[in-house]
Ligand binder design. Structure first.
Ligand code: PHE
Length: 336
């Protein structure tokens, strides 16, 4: 047994000298010093030796065990030290940390924020209202009679006879006027819903409504306000025009076009070769609407406007497919 123990010692010492990796070192510990390790096996056999042989053999085995344990600790420390090119040297504490992936706002949220910022600076207050709306606010009080084509099942998501998903943000005009006396100046951003889906339509999209009512408000105020908005949103050099139009809740009404941002007015596919792009509907609040909210049309006047956010975002960023906003394709979204 003595010869075997000495042979084990020589072999183990030779092996540990050659070890250059933690995994090997751990395998070494298990092989010799572990519960079922070679040295441990010898120690267990000592009990079966003749009593006079036991002390000497026990002493020898303990010496070898201590020696191998010490060498194991030394080798481990050496592998840990940076000088040895060990584990510690793999860590360079002067390197900058890994930057966490940062999210950002969806382009639609960004445009809504930008529109709100521009009008807030002009003194408009931002308000929000329900997406599920009473027929009364979405149509009736906006002077849209029962037989108006806008009420058609083809365009409107009906929940019941009296409840719809709002088809525009204009019901907020009525809700605000109903709850306060003039002067009012609000904008109302939010989702709207129409039964429509193709390259230029999605069943849900976003609008921002604007309303200003006070004594002596004129069409000139409407023009000035919207011109200022267009110049801040699309640049000071962007020409705009007011084109006569019709809405049941404004009189007179006008749609606002800006010069085509793609071709600068020379005519292209985006503007159907007209050189102009429609960006919003607007007009002076129809006196009929004041009847529903108990405002005196002989004392007060005001204007309202409503714009489609997706449309503004498409023009601002040069995007030609509205569906892209809602597909959540990261390759698209990351560009903003
Ligand atoms: N609500 C109208 C639409 O969705 C836009 C509009 C708002 C027109 C306010 C005039 C005044 O088309």
């Amino acid at each position: 047994m003595k010869a075997q123990l000495l042979e084990l010692e020589t072999r183990a010492l030779k092996e540990i000298d050659a070890i250059a990796e933690f995994s090997e070192l751990e395998a070494f510990r298990i092989r010799y010093l572990g519960k079922k390790g070679q040295l441990t096996r010898f120690v267990k056999q000592i009990g079966r030796l003749a009593p006079e042989e036991r002390p000497a053999m026990g002493k020898l085995a303990n010496r070898i065990k201590k020696e191998l344990s010490d060498r194991f600790e030394q080798a481990k420390a050496a592998l840990d030290s940076p000088k040895a090119g060990g584990r510690a040297s793999l860590m360079d504490l002067t390197l900058p940390g890994r930057a966490p992936v940062r999210g950002h706002l969806h382009p639609i949220s960004r445009v809504i924020q930008e529109v709100c910022r521009i009008f807030s600076r002009m003194g408009f207050r931002v308000v929000k209202g329900p997406n599920v709306e009473l027929d009364y606010y979405n149509f009736e009080a906006l002077n849209i009679p029962r037989d108006h084509p806008a009420r058609d099942m083809q365009d409107t998501f009906y929940i019941t006879d009296n409840i719809v998903l709002r088809t525009h943000t204009s019901p907020m005009q009525v809700r605000v006027m109903e709850s306060q006396k003039p002067p009012v100046s609000i904008i109302a951003p939010g989702k709207v819903y129409r039964r429509d889906s193709d390259v230029s339509h999605t069943p849900m999209f976003h609008q921002v409504e604007g309303l200003l009512v006070d004594k002596g408000v004129t069409f000139g105020d409407l023009k000035g306000t919207l011109a200022s908005f267009v110049h801040q949103m699309f640049g000071n050099e962007t020409p705009l025009r007011f084109r006569p139009s019709f809405f049941p809740f404004t009189e007179p009404s006008a749609e606002v076009d800006i010069r085509c941002v793609m071709c600068k007015g020379t005519g292209c596919r985006t503007c159907s070769h007209t050189g102009w792009l429609e960006i919003l509907g607007s007009g002076m609040v129809d006196p009929e609407v004041y009847r529903f909210v108990d405002y005196d049309p002989d004392v007060y006047s005001g204007f309202a406007f409503g714009m489609g956010i997706e449309r503004i975002a498409m023009l601002k960023y040069g995007i030609d497919d509205i569906q892209l906003f809602f597909k959540n394709d990261m390759r698209f979204l990351r560009q903003f």
